[in-house]
Structure formats: C-alpha cells, structure tokens
Design a protein around this ligand. Structure first.
Ligand code: PEP
Length: 278
C-alpha cells in the first residue's frame, strides 16, 4: 500500500514537472575543475594563461577548485586574468573554528574569495566522511554564503545489485535534511566506478540517474529544485562531453583528470555551450 502511494505521488510530481516543461537552458550550466592534489603555482599560471588566451575569460560557467595552497594566488591571478571564472575549494571542515589541526573552515575559504566548495566527494567519503558530516559541511557553507557542490554516487557493487537510485536518494536526503535555502546548491552525480577510471557512465546511464535525482530534489524542495544544476562527473573527456551534455538533465560537469590540461578542459566547456544552443 505504502509503495502504491509512493508511486502515485512520484507520477503526479513527474506529470507536473513535465507539464511545466522547465527547460534545460533555463537552468544554470557550469563546468567545475577539481584539480585534487595536483598543480603547482607555475603550472596553474600557465593553465590560466592558456584558458584565458583562448577566450574562456568571457564565460561565467567555469569554476576552478585548486588545492588549498593555491587558493590565495589563484584568487589574485583570476582577479587579473578573468572577471568570470569562479574559485572553489575541494573541502571544508564541519566546525566553525577550533582545535582541528590541518583543517580549513568555511570562513577561511570565504576570506580567500571562494564562492564554491566541493562537499562529499567520493575520495573524501572513502577517507571517512559520513552523510552526517556532509550535511554539517553544507550548513557551514551556506551560513557563510558559499555554493556547496554536493557529490553523490554509487559504487560498482551497489550498481550491480540494482541499488543506484536508493544509494543516491539516501545520500541526498541525508545531505539536505532540514536545509531550507536551496538557491546556492549544486548537485554532482559522480558514480564512484567512473571516477579516474577512464570508464564514464554512458549518456543513458547518467541521464537515468540525473532524472531520478531531479525527482528526488523536487520531493525535497518543491519547485526550487527546478533551477538546481545537476552536474555529471566521472571520466569526462573532450570526446564524451558533447554527447553527455546533450542529455536533458545533465547541466554541466565536475571534471578531474581532464581539468588539468587547459586545452582539454576548454573543449569540455565548449561542448556544454553547444548543448545549450541546441
Ligand atoms: C572527480 O574526481 O570529481 C572526477 C570526476 O574525476 P575524473 O574526471 O578524473 O574521473
């Protein structure tokens, strides 16, 4: 009985969304570079020069998340080279401040002009970050005015057992419980098995999960969900970005490996804009 009610509710929400026809190009599209523990200042300078010389400084759909040590110089470089490329961090701590050796707080990121912060990346979850911590980090980010990029995704075992949607829905529900400011949220669907493996989700696999995420978001935050970008991450390269970006519910990418090479990253950003035009 419960299942039947759930399925009727889902159907009604789906119909409403379909009728409203919230178009993909009404949502913000963006590409976020996650440099992880890569790059030096010298390499970052060269990267930015190449990216900006090729015209990317005109865009407002690009965010770079360098390692903590590069946040300060990158902020200065971006001020000189680009008015539109956003700056983000790869993590933050759950506490406001205190005795947490080696950690970084939301306020510290804000002071460096960060606008974004990645939360719940699978590499951090593998290092012990729980859903509860992800939730606290989202709260810290929102309190200070940062846009949290909330990563969710299943392992290969979970996918093979048919639990993809359950896992992703659970992560979203835990992350967003009690949150009521949805305007700054960005979701990134990152299947764990696709990260850094060279094996991307197929466009249909990714679209299926993105559609399920959009439905869950609509249940969590109603019509506010419609403007929320859902990015795909996991072995995005110049040669698969175009076809992925054409999928209805893919609003951009979170890019690891391919974001280290300016030319590749630029091609990925370019495919997104084509997706928007079509
Ligand atoms: C990531 O780590 O967020 C990621 C998507 O990595 P890659 O693009 O290298 O798979």
């Amino acid at each position: 009985m419960e299942k039947q009610v759930e399925s009727i509710v889902r159907q009604v929400v789906e119909d409403v969304l379909r009728k409203k026809g919230f178009a993909k190009n009404e949502r913000r599209q963006l590409v976020i570079a996650n440099w992880k523990m890569n790059m030096t200042l010298e390499k970052a300078e060269v990267f930015l020069e190449q990216l900006c010389d090729n015209g990317e400084n005109r865009t407002n759909d690009v965010v770079i998340c360098p390692p903590y040590t590069l946040l300060y110089p990158m902020n200065k470089l971006l001020q000189k080279r680009s008015k539109t490329i956003g700056l983000g961090a790869q993590n933050l701590h759950t506490a406001h401040e205190g005795a947490h050796t080696g950690e970084i707080s939301a306020a510290m990121l804000k002071e460096l002009d960060c606008q974004y912060v990645i939360v719940g990346h699978s590499e951090r979850r593998a290092a012990g970050e729980t859903d509860g911590m992800v939730h606290e980090k989202i709260k810290r980010a929102l309190e200070i005015g940062l846009n949290p990029v909330i990563c969710v995704g299943e392992t290969i075992e979970q996918r093979e057992q048919g639990f993809t949607n359950e896992v992703v829905n659970h992560q979203l529900l835990q992350a967003l419980e009690g949150i009521n400011d949805f305007s700054k949220l960005i979701i990134a669907y990152e299947p764990v098995w696709a990260i850094g493996t060279g094996r991307s989700a197929s466009p249909d696999e990714a679209q299926t999960v993105h559609e399920a995420i959009r439905l869950t978001l609509s249940e969590i935050c109603g019509t506010d969900s419609e403007a929320m970008p859902i990015l795909y991450g996991g072995s995005v390269k110049p040669d698969n970005a175009g076809i992925l970006s054409n999928m209805k519910d893919i609003d951009g990418f979170l890019v690891g490996g391919a974001s280290l090479v300016a030319n590749d990253f630029q091609k990925i950003v370019g495919t997104l804009r084509k997706g928007m035009d079509s």
